[in-house]
Design a protein around this ligand. Structure first.
Ligand code: ATP
Ligand code: MG
Length: 395
């Protein structure tokens, strides 16, 4: 038998139902979005054996190993563009089979209802009548169950599809939503070892961006562990965003030059300006149309409007700051949910904390900063050397 026929083989087939949001499916883009989504699903499941089915407005996965289901669900829950998932059975649209399958899924005690969705127009019975039929059958076979259409503990869903297949399932697992990664171009994430930037990367990937990342490393002032931590954070983001190319930029020489030649109150602002210049170069080289940072307005001295203005003006491409209106506690909530928080709070310092001045300027004036920066006369060479020394890590 052709493996693809497994849904209509006369028995019941264990399945995972994948639903995508319809909101982004406008006009000609539909095929583009959906082919990306399918590609990303297959890439997330590349280690598994399964059969993939396309139905109207949903996909099904079947014929996987019994013990793989939990892990497959776990992977699918991280694929952007998927809105919800269910597990259940597919059977041929045949009332005896549907009744038996509903019964096999029903719990032993509590209240329940059966909800029928009928897409197949060749089935003439009304949905409510079919639901009453199945509900009656389940009820008469389970003494501990009661029917309650409004306050039910369990809803058994029967979805009579277009192709002679019926899906029977209980419950929906919410997934990430968002747009398929790759549908919104590429962004270069400035990834520190902190809490915010991994969340910022997650959020832009959720809007369909493919992510490259850049980390500025200040060995020997920062440890090898600090770099490993950033690699680990990139791995966590890549569970959602797919492959990430991480650029690790040697930043020590530039930091030392700023430390030596510029007023300490502007240390951070000038450092950010150099980071931004190098990021822009790398963004252009890696076909990224935007830079992404984890900045949140007013969170620290370097994230006031004046400070942001000082770093923003050196970049010619858009700088996206998806966390700009988030409170720290809201960022932490997302970090916990996506699994980056525990890694972010490991103690290894990233480069910013090492040269931290006692009182950084909270309202740096652009002209003053630009003048102070002129003290670094070999800026162009320093940037060139940093770019030349970039280490690329594929994640
Ligand atoms: P995070 O938690 O993301 O480190 P933060 O609250 O510590 O943010 P800052 O240290 O001011 O804030 O950094 C602001 C943003 O600048 C970061 O979110 C990140 O995008 C970028 N950034 C800071 N340090 C680095 C670094 N060493 N390498 C790459 N990007 C950095
Ligand atoms: Mg930081």
């Amino acid at each position: 038998m052709n493996k693809k026929d497994t849904l209509n083989n006369g028995g019941k087939t264990r399945i995972i139902i994948i639903r995508y949001g319809e909101v982004f499916l406008k006009g000609n883009n539909k095929d583009f979005f959906l082919s990306l989504l399918v590609k990303n699903i297959k890439s997330a499941l590349k280690e598994f054996d399964y059969v993939f089915h396309k139905l109207q407005a949903r996909y099904l996965i079947s014929d996987y190993a019994d013990d793989a289901e939990t892990e497959i669900l776990y992977r699918l829950k991280k694929v952007f563009g998927i809105y919800s998932l269910s597990t259940g059975y597919a059977v041929k649209t045949d009332m005896d089979l549907i009744r038996e399958t509903a019964l096999s899924l029903a719990p032993d005690i509590g209240s329940f209802r059966v909800t029928v969705n009928r897409v197949d127009s060749t089935v003439k019975q009304r949905s409510t009548d079919i639901a009453a039929d199945i509900g009656g059958f389940v009820f008469s076979n389970k003494s501990g169950l009661s029917v309650d259409l409004f306050n039910f503990d369990t809803e058994i869903n029967v979805d009579i599809r277009e192709n002679g297949t019926t899906l029977v399932f209980i419950g929906r697992i919410l997934a990430q939503g968002g747009l398929p990664v790759g549908s919104s171009g590429n962004g270069l994430l400035m990834l520190s070892g902190g809490i915010d930037s991994p969340v910022a990367g997650y959020m832009m990937a959720k809007r369909g961006m493919r992510i490259c990342a850049v980390h500025f490393h200040s060995a020997p002032y920062t440890s090898e562990q600090a770099k490993e931590k950033v690699v680990d954070l990139a791995k966590i983001v890549s569970q959602y965003a797919g492959h990430i190319r991480l650029y690790v930029v040697p930043f020590t020489e530039i930091q030392l030059a700023i430390h030596e030649k510029c007023p300490s109150e502007f240390m951070i602002t000038i450092m950010r300006r150099f980071m931004m210049r190098i990021s822009e170069r790398l963004a252009r080289e890696s076909d990224c149309g935007a830079i992404i940072t984890g900045e949140s307005l007013g969170q620290v001295a370097s994230q006031t409007l004046q400070s942001i203005n000082c770093t923003n003006t050196v970049a010619q491409i858009p700088v996206l700051r998806p966390l700009i209106g988030f409170d720290k506690s809201e960022i932490i909530d997302v970090a916990r949910r996506i699994g980056s928080f525990e890694t972010s709070i490991l103690p290894y310092e990233d480069c910013c904390t090492i040269f931290l001045p006692k009182s950084p300027a909270t309202k740096p004036k652009l002209e003053v900063v630009e003048r102070a920066e002129l003290a670094i006369q070999n800026a162009a060479e320093l940037i060139e050397a940093a770019v030349t020394g970039v280490e690329i890590i594929k994640i």
